[in-house]
Design a protein around this ligand. Structure first.
Ligand code: DX5
Ligand code: ZN
Length: 219
């Protein structure tokens, strides 16, 4: 799978969020990653469907809503209506992922599943054939700019091998600390959708050269 670069706007300039989304599009990103935090599932608060809707018209790139919230079932449809294309919820947030997956499918969108660094691969195995993205967290969720956790790579490799063994067309997403020196090892461990936040938005002006450098480093 060629490397898909997903721009996380968590470290963008929120005073100009629409422009920042357009900047990622102009820079060659493949999708926009939207970190939704409820101050409960994680110790941070970001934004809700209203903000997603307000920036929807600034790009035709797919919106990947990463729901770091305790009640994804209650909000899935609202993020769908706001213009999200892929809605990723956490396996740790609901002990019945089936009903959340079904709610996202009923809303006409693709479901994705995220697992925290300490969550074993087993938590994702029952759902691999039901989701459009398996997001493997390489930081503890809640903040951008954290260091990449190398210790997650063996789990990522094992999941990639299992996906291949089953013959599934399911990309693994890598979220947290993805930079020029970590995107290569992440790709080698089976990562295909690379979420990049601070490494991208730390750059002023044109993002294209950063995007190109990250793609090259992914190999
Ligand atoms: C963290 C978020 C990530 C974060 C990535 O909880 O899920 O998407 O924004 O940012 P960087 O690339 O700076 O780690
Ligand atoms: Zn994220």
């Amino acid at each position: 799978m060629s490397t898909h670069l997903s721009a996380s706007v968590l470290n963008a300039d929120f005073a100009r969020l629409g422009d920042e989304v357009a900047r990622a599009d102009d820079g060659g990103a493949d999708s926009i990653h939207l970190d939704v935090m409820d101050g409960h599932f994680v110790d941070n608060l970001t934004f809700g469907p209203v903000v997603v809707e307000s920036i929807r018209s600034r790009t035709t790139l797919p919106f990947h809503a990463h729901l770091m919230i305790s009640n994804p079932l209650a909000y899935a449809e609202r993020f769908a209506d706001a213009g999200s294309d892929l809605i990723v919820f956490h396996a740790e947030a609901d002990d019945d992922p089936e009903r959340v997956i079904a709610a996202i499918e009923d809303a006409g969108k693709r479901p994705g599943l995220a697992i925290n660094p300490e969550t074993p691969a087993d938590a994702a195995l029952p759902w691999l054939d039901r989701i459009g993205l398996l997001l493997v967290m390489t930081v503890h969720p809640g903040w951008g700019g954290q260091p990449f956790m190398d210790e997650v790579l063996p789990k990522m490799r094992a999941l990639a091998d299992e996906i291949e063994r089953r013959g599934l067309d399911l990309p693994i997403g890598v979220d947290g600390g993805v930079k020029l020196d970590t995107i290569g090892p992440a790709a080698a461990a089976g990562g295909a959708v690379m979420v990049v936040g601070s490494a991208l938005y730390a750059t002023d002006g044109d993002l294209a050269s950063t995007v190109d450098a990250l793609r090259a480093a992914a190999g």
